[in-house]
Design a protein around this ligand. Structure first.
Ligand code: 0CH
Ligand code: SF4
Length: 309
């Protein structure tokens, strides 16, 4: 077992924000996009009265809408205001930090090379802060294609949930092409993404199989599968829950590694452990190379209304 794994502070805050909003204001509470990229979390909140929508235009006027942990562009805030919606912004503070960096550098007329995955909600939100200044760099191959206005006034920023190693490679290649490229003031790949990668690296080499619990659309969970393979796991698979594990994956295996993405509730990991124990893999050791203690306060729009904040 790799530790840290599972919920990060930003996911915990976002999920609790929806739960508290349901308790405080009553159902329905609308949520724009999946609050975090986890099927089980979304289904559980739906059962409690949350309604997930793709865009704010689907939310009836005057209702409450929660923005997901991945963040939204200023245009989405403006649309919500225009429609008279009450908003609770569950954007992780570490995503907001990247938005602030983007605004600041764009204000100084830098072009910003944003390393991230095309179409990912976080990238759409961050890009929306300064669409004229931000160019997306999606992977190593995109480095040679990106066009900038002035190569002497360039900074790179990134999505918070990328592979640290792959991003370092992309930055190295960008710097070859643009020697004046400057680094962000602090890491954009967040502490939780980094720590989960450090922990899976520690166990990967000893494992013939690594099971990563997480949903298909979860960037940070998918990166854990890649990192496990890069660091010596013979095989690594992403599973939404224990029912997706196949018996044949255990053929010839003596040691299994288990971890989970930042949007994954621990109960899903417990079910995977039970599945493994049932098949003779009941002797569990936890490896914890980094200790995590981060916590974030709930969104202020909600805190002010809570009787016991
Ligand atoms: O890893 P991604 O960004 O796809 O999102 P997730 O699985 O919901 O994990 C939480 C990260 C939220 C924003 O950084
Ligand atoms: Fe925040 Fe990082 Fe968690 Fe994303 S993965 S919600 S940036 S702490």
């Amino acid at each position: 077992m790799a530790r840290p794994r599972g919920y990060c502070a930003g996911v915990d805050r976002a999920v609790v924000a929806v739960e508290k909003a349901l308790e405080q204001y009553g159902a329905p509470i609308y949520v724009r996009k999946q609050i975090v990229h986890n099927t089980h979390v979304v289904k559980t909140l739906e059962a409690k009265g949350a309604i997930f929508v793709e865009e704010t235009e689907e939310v009836p006027e005057g209702e409450i809408v929660v923005f997901s942990a991945h963040g939204v562009s200023p245009a989405v805030h403006a649309e919500a205001e225009q429609r008279g919606l009450r908003t609770i912004d569950a954007t992780c503070p570490l995503v907001t930090k990247v938005h602030n960096e983007a605004r600041r550098f764009a204000g100084q007329d830098y072009d910003i090379l944003l390393i991230g995955h095309e179409g990912h909600e976080e990238v759409e939100g961050t890009s929306g802060e300064a669409p004229d200044h931000i160019k997306l760099v999606d992977g190593l191959d995109a480095v040679d294609r990106v066009e900038v206005r002035d190569p002497s006034r360039l900074v790179w920023l990134s999505q918070t949930t990328l592979s640290v190693d792959e991003t370092n490679e992309t930055v190295a290649r960008l710097k070859k092409r643009f020697p004046a490229l400057i680094d962000p003031p602090s890491d954009d790949i967040c502490y939780a993404t980094q720590n989960r990668q450090v922990a899976v690296k520690e166990i990967a080499e000893e494992c013939e199989l690594v099971i990563v619990v997480g949903s298909d659309n979860s960037s940070n969970s998918k990166r854990l599968v890649e990192v496990a393979k890069d660091y010596g796991a013979a095989a690594a698979y992403l599973v939404d829950n224990a029912t997706f594990i196949r018996d044949e994956w255990l053929d010839g295996v003596t040691t299994v590694g288990v971890t989970s993405g930042a949007s994954v509730p621990e109960e899903l990991v417990a079910e995977v452990l039970a599945w493994l124990a049932h098949r003779g893999f009941g002797d569990v050791t936890e490896v914890e190379p980094v200790q995590e203690k981060m916590r974030f306060a709930l969104p202020h729009e909600l805190r002010k209304d809570l009787r016991v904040p």
